[in-house]
Design a protein around this ligand. Structure first.
Ligand code: AMP
Length: 406
């Protein structure tokens, strides 16, 4: 599935390509067509699934395809916190970058009113707001909602946890009955369902499983490494395994991505790099080569961490760890797709201490020294004992340190 299947506007497609999104995420694939058909929607999806673009994109197609004159927002996005408001505003700005006539206003607490007043005094189409601040502006008659065509409730469960049930209902009551309502919530407890029943009409319900937390089909391993040279030797050793169908190797910098893929090619392996300095045509071409199995090893920065759904990727190797547990979850979610088994192997070093602990907790595993025969991490072996437990398909021979080829 490509974005072009449901987005016809070239300027929106251009913005999507600028962002490096190659394929829609599962929530986008399911939600966008339903929203475009005009249905109310009740979606269970967490942050990190691409849910923001799942509602912004159909909102933009609506604004582009049926322009209308008048003042006041046509799209209202309600969300619980200032941070989320800023995040959604930033994502909207990126997706609108080639549509200068579409204007967004954003209001949330903790900022002087006059700053936001300025923006509200001009024409705008999309309003992103936290309930409390929006109600302040409604009382001051600085905003009126009679033109709202689509109302989005983002992170509805969090809004209710924060006590916004009445404000949300009050705000909804000021919008036209004919509006379309789209609700995103990570969880659907009793209160959220009650709110959905009040505000949504015959909603289509969709559910996206959290990327990995519930996926047991990804076998995860963490190995300590000493330095770059050790990582390279370990990588070479791992990639010699014939069990690897296709792998993504994540590295933290664009330059290193190129270096690794060059090294692999010099060793006679089918490898290609994917990173943000490549133009969209090159990126799309590389992904197509991966899909066509003409490339076996994709060496990528985090541009490849989300949204890529290639079912033949059997392994993810984190040559460097990412910045956060969320990014880690996204990266390893590139394998084990569509019910198949996957293996995720991560190299860690001393500087990764914090994140390593988080991953250990998340995955219920313990870091082992790089226990591939002949490639142990020197210093870590003094601190960590190899544990007994699941082993990677790569560990050959006895687990105990047999040799220290360095
Ligand atoms: P969200 O769940 O909306 O917070 O999105 C999480 C991250 O995924 C954001 O950084 C988005 O820019 C990114 N994202 C959204 N859609 C895609 C896509 N189709 N491909 C790759 N990344 C995406």
């Amino acid at each position: 599935m490509s974005f072009k299947n449901f987005i016809k506007e070239a300027k929106i497609i251009q913005a999507i390509e600028d962002l490096g999104f190659t394929d829609p995420t599962p929530i986008q694939e399911k939600a966008i067509p339903e929203i475009q058909k005009g249905h109310d929607l009740r979606a269970a999806a967490q942050t990190g699934t691409g849910k923001t673009a799942a509602f912004i994109l159909p909102a933009l197609t609506r604004l582009v395809e049926s322009p209308s004159k008048g003042t006041g927002p046509r799209i209202l996005i309600l969300l619980p916190t200032r941070e989320l408001a800023m995040q959604v505003e930033a994502e909207t700005a990126k997706l609108c970058r080639h549509l200068p006539h579409i204007v967004t206003a954003c209001v949330y607490g903790g900022v002087p009113y006059y700053v936001q007043n300025k923006k509200l005094s001009k024409k705008y189409d999309i309003l992103i707001a936290t309930p409390g601040r929006l109600i302040d502006f409604l009382k001051q008659k600085k905003i009126q909602l009679s033109r709202v065509e689509m109302m989005v409730l983002d992170e509805a469960d969090r809004m209710l946890d924060m006590g916004f049930i009445e404000p949300v209902e009050y705000i909804a009551s000021l919008t036209p009955q004919s509006r379309q309502t789209v609700m995103f919530s990570a969880t659907y407890g009793r209160k959220v369902i009650m709110l959905a029943e009040k505000l949504l009409r015959d909603p289509v319900a969709i559910k996206i499983a959290p990327e990995v937390r519930e996926q047991s089909q990804i076998e995860q391993h963490l190995h300590h490494t000493d330095n770059l040279d050790h990582k390279y030797r370990l990588l070479e050793h791992l990639l010699a395994d014939t069990m690897i169908n296709q792998a993504i190797i994540f590295s933290s910098t664009k330059a290193q991505t190129e270096q690794i893929s060059n090294k692999l090619r010099q060793s006679g392996l089918d490898a290609a790099a994917l990173h943000g300095d490549m133009n969209q045509r090159q990126r799309t071409r590389t992904m197509q080569l991966m899909r066509d199995k003409k490339v076996r090893f994709l060496v990528a920065t985090d541009v490849a961490a989300r949204g890529i759904d290639v079912q033949t990727i059997s392994h993810v190797i984190n040559f460097d760890l990412p910045h956060s547990l969320d990014d880690y979850i996204h990266r390893i979610g590139r394998t084990g797709r569509a019910g198949s088994k996957g293996i995720a192997i991560s190299f860690t070093s001393y500087k990764d201490h914090q994140l390593r602990k988080q991953i250990e907790r998340f995955a219920g595993l313990q870091t082992t020294p790089a226990a591939v025969a002949g490639q142990p991490a020197d210093r870590e072996n003094r601190k960590f004992r190899p544990r007994s437990g699941p082993r990677t398909g790569f560990q050959r021979g006895p687990r105990k340190r047999t040799s220290f080829i360095r």
